[in-house]
Design a protein around this ligand. Sequence first.
Ligand code: ADP
Ligand code: MG
Length: 358
Amino acid sequence: MAESIAIRNAGKEYPGGSQALREVSLDVEPGTFLVLLGPSGSGKTTLLRCLAGIERVSEGQISIGGKVVASGAVHVPPERRNLSMVFQDYALWPHLRVRENVAFALRRQRISKSAATGKTLDMLKRVGLGALAERYPNELSGGEQQRVALARALVADTGLILCDEPLSNLDADLRERMRVEISSLVREAKATTVYITHDQAEAFALADQVGVLERGRLVQAGTPEEIYAKPATPFVARFTGLAGELEVRVLGRADGAVEVAPGTSARPLTVPAPMRIDAQSALMLVRPTAVSLCDAGNGDHHLAGTVADVAFRGRGYDHAIDVAGHGRLTGVFARTRADRGTMVGLRLDPAGCHIFPA
Ligand code: ADP
Ligand code: MG
C-alpha cells in the first residue's frame, strides 16, 4: 500500500557543523512520484537518507504513512519503515548472484522459500534480466546492475521507494531508456516514490511533483508545469532552464503585471509580476520556449540580434543569439535554420518571461 509522507521543519546538521537541511516541510500524497531536484551539495541525499532512517534529523519531524518515524528521541530504523532504496552506486552484494541479491530483499518476509524464488524470478523477468539470474554483479554492465538494484527495490512490494540519482552513472542513451523503464515499473508498483536528481530534464520527465532544493532549503514544490510556468525565485528559474537574462526598464505597473522594455528602442511587453517591482529596472529571466525568431525587418519584434551559433536538433534548430547590450540568448528553437551571422528579430512570449527585482 502506498505511503503518505509528512515532513515538518526538518533540519540536519552533520557533526562538524555542516548544515545540510534547513526547515524542510513537505507533504506527499500516497502514490505520488516526487522528484527532489537540486545542484550537487543542496541536501538531496541527506533528505533521502533521513527519510530512509539511515541518518537522523537534528530538528523537526518525519511521518510515513501517518506514523512518526523521526522526531526528537524517536527514530524508527530503516527496516521498520516499509521502504526500499535504489542507491546511486547500486550497492549490490558482490559475492551474491543476481537472484540472491534480489531475494535478499525478501529475507524478512514470512513467505516460503519457493514463493520467494518465484517472486524473484518474476521480477527479474520484468526488468529484463531473466537470463542473467545466475550471474554475479561483476559479470554485468552498469545498466544491468542498475536493473538488479531496481528489481531488489521492487520485489519487496514496499509502500515507499527511494531512488538516489539511479541513472547518473549510465550513458546518455541508456539513461533515457532506463528512465522510461523506471517510470513505468515504479508506477505499476503503485508505491509512493521519492527520486532525487540534479538533472532538470530528468526531473520534469519523471515527476508528478517536484521539490527544488537550494543549500538545504526546499525553495519550491509543485508540478513540473507549475514550476516551469511560475518559478518562485531566480535560482529555480535558472536551474530549470533559461534562454537568458535581460535587464529591462520598468515602464508601468498594473495589478500583478509590469510593462517592461528590454532596450531603449525596443517594443515594450507586459509580463506577469507576482511580486512588487518598485525600481526603475528589473531582471527578466526568459525561458527558451518564450523566444521565437522572426524577420529582423518586419518591426513587430521585441529584440534584434545576430545568430552566433546554430545546432541541428532533428526536429529543428537551436540558435544562440547575441543581443547587443544584453549578452547571449541560447536554446532559441526554430523549425528552420537561421545561419550564423544573420540578423534576426526575436519575439518574446510574456508567459515564459519572469520578472524579479534586479
Ligand atoms: P546532494 O545529494 O544534494 O549532493 P548531500 O545531501 O550529499 O547533497 O550534501 C549536503 C551537504 O551536506 C553538503 O554540503 C555536504 O558536504 C554535506 N554532507 C553530506 N554528508 C555529510 C557527512 N556525512 N558529514 C558531513 N557533511 C556532510
Ligand atoms: Mg547526492
